[in-house]
Ligand binder design. Sequence first.
Ligand code: HEM
Length: 223
Amino acid sequence: MAEMVRKPRLLAKLHAEVRSKTPKGQQAVKKDDLSGMAYLKAVVKETLRLHPPVPLLLPRISMSSCDDVNGYAVPARTHVVVNAWALGRDARSWGKNAEEFSPERFMADDGGAAAGDFKRRDFQFLPFGARRRICPGMNFGVASVEMMLANLVYCFDWELPDGMREEDIDLTEVFGLSRHRKEKLLLVPTTPRDHASTLHARLIMPRGRLDSCLGNVDPVVAT
Ligand code: HEM
């Protein structure tokens, strides 16, 4: 949400997709609706590329020696820590705009890095790790994030609080058990006028459910 609010054009594109692909009159996005939402999936992938919650994968031990890894000889039984965060921002794989949040790169259907399957074997995109130690919760994790994001944008329009500009959003991250944003994101949810089903959802959504749905997003004003 932080990346999208910094680029309202992308947020508008996501809104349009999620609202057009959800059957009319439905109060919330359901699991079956997600399969038609290609841009939503691209947004989630782009988020995991730039902000992997687990930036350093589980430590490995090399099984055999390698004579030349970028000019270094790596003996067998060396502890290896893979930096998935750095791989996701490497300009050799992602081009000059590697540091830019651009979900469109995952809409390309050219089979290159941009195609962005979580289980590709060329190791440019490893938000869930790879091979035997790959995250067993991957499908559950992706489905949960897609479902939450889809419903956030389906039910509400999101604006910055008065006086705050897009460039004021601080994307600084901190390390913990996983990597996460340092500052909370404060946004103003509004109900879109032309979106009758959303209005209904908003009126019946109990406060507790709204909180659990929003996670790290703080609604500061509800108008
Ligand atoms: C978006 C959400 C998630 C992300 C980005 C994520 C990422 C990761 C990563 C990078 C690893 C290390 C893989 C490697 O070193 O190759 C991992 C391991 C693991 N993840 Fe996840 N994960 C997520 C959600 C989940 C969920 C929902 C569960 C459980 C329900 C889960 C359970 C595990 C477990 C048990 C391991 C350790 C696997 C092992 O020891 O071999 N993860 N995860």
